[in-house]
Design a protein around this ligand. Structure first.
Ligand code: FES
Length: 258
């Protein structure tokens, strides 16, 4: 979580008053998880290197200025970490407000309803209202259709999944999964600010004409319904899944059946 598990020398720190000992190089986020404390997060997962882009996982560390991202901050001996305070709650709410102001509010009809990390995190930080009006954002690109210069069409080219840029929070989990899990480098982030988007291959490529091998690592990594399995859209979210590890060679590839 935040960074893959480490194996260095033991380091003891305190998180919200709980002493926890973890290997050197472990992230503060993972150390907090070891102590049973879940820090809100969007861009960090267990399967890819931490990136530190969403700023939802900020914490306070005694003796340090500012509020560092816990997913990219390594533990240190004697470190005293606070994951909850009025200041942190306010910062996290502010971050979530910005994300939600740039996101369609169609949860009730969205295929990811009930299985969406953006939805979960909005609840986790206690977000009730959003002060910002939707502007030239991903949501508006859909509303404005082709008249809007920022319009990006939904990519339906892959037989197994769809890519809906209107729902993308640009956390880059899909890009990192493509690189680190699959080693394919088919995805990248293009543009800046509201123009930024996940792109497959060269400008103008869709998923099918890019280097994408349809492994699904990006779909698994996506925290929203931006990358969504077509079967989920058609049949709804599965109620259970079974993970099988292939015994053919020593690599240990896992397959998820739903
Ligand atoms: Fe740490 Fe996103 S989870 S910055």
């Amino acid at each position: 979580m935040g960074t893959p598990a480490k194996t260095g020398a033991p380091v003891t720190l305190t998180v919200d008053g709980f002493a926890v000992t973890v290997p050197e190089g472990t992230s503060v986020m993972r150390a907090a998880a070891e102590a049973g404390l879940q820090i809100p997060k969007l861009c960090a997962t267990d399967s890819v290197e931490a990136f530190g882009s969403c700023r939802l996982c900020v914490v306070e560390i005694e003796g340090r200025r500012g509020t560092p991202a816990s997913c990219t901050t390594p533990v240190a001996e004697g470190m005293v970490v606070r994951t909850q305070s009025d200041r942190l709650m306010k910062l996290r709410k502010g971050v979530m407000e910005l994300y939600i102001s740039d996101h369609p509010l169609d949860c009730l009809t969205c295929a990811a309803n009930g299985d969406c990390e953006l939805q979960d995190m909005a609840g986790a930080v206690g977000l009730r209202d959003v002060r910002y009006e939707a502007g030239d954002n991903h949501f508006e690109t859909r509303q404005g259709g082709h008249e809007n210069p920022l319009y990006i069409a939904e990519d339906d080219s892959n037989p197994y999944f769809t890519y809906d840029p209107a729902k993308c929070i640009v956390c880059s989990r899909c890009v990192r999964a493509c690189e680190e899990v699959q080693g394919t480098f088919a995805l990248t982030i293009e543009g800046r600010g509201f123009d930024s988007r996940v792109s497959a291959g060269m400008a103008g490529d869709d998923f099918m004409s890019s280097d994408c091998v349809s492994c699904g690592a990006c779909v698994q990594a996506c925290p929203t319904a931006t990358l969504q399995e077509k079967s989920v859209i058609e049949l709804g979210t599965p109620t259970r899944s079974v993970i099988t590890t292939c015994a053919y060679c020593g690599v240990g590839c896992s397959f998820k059946a739903e």
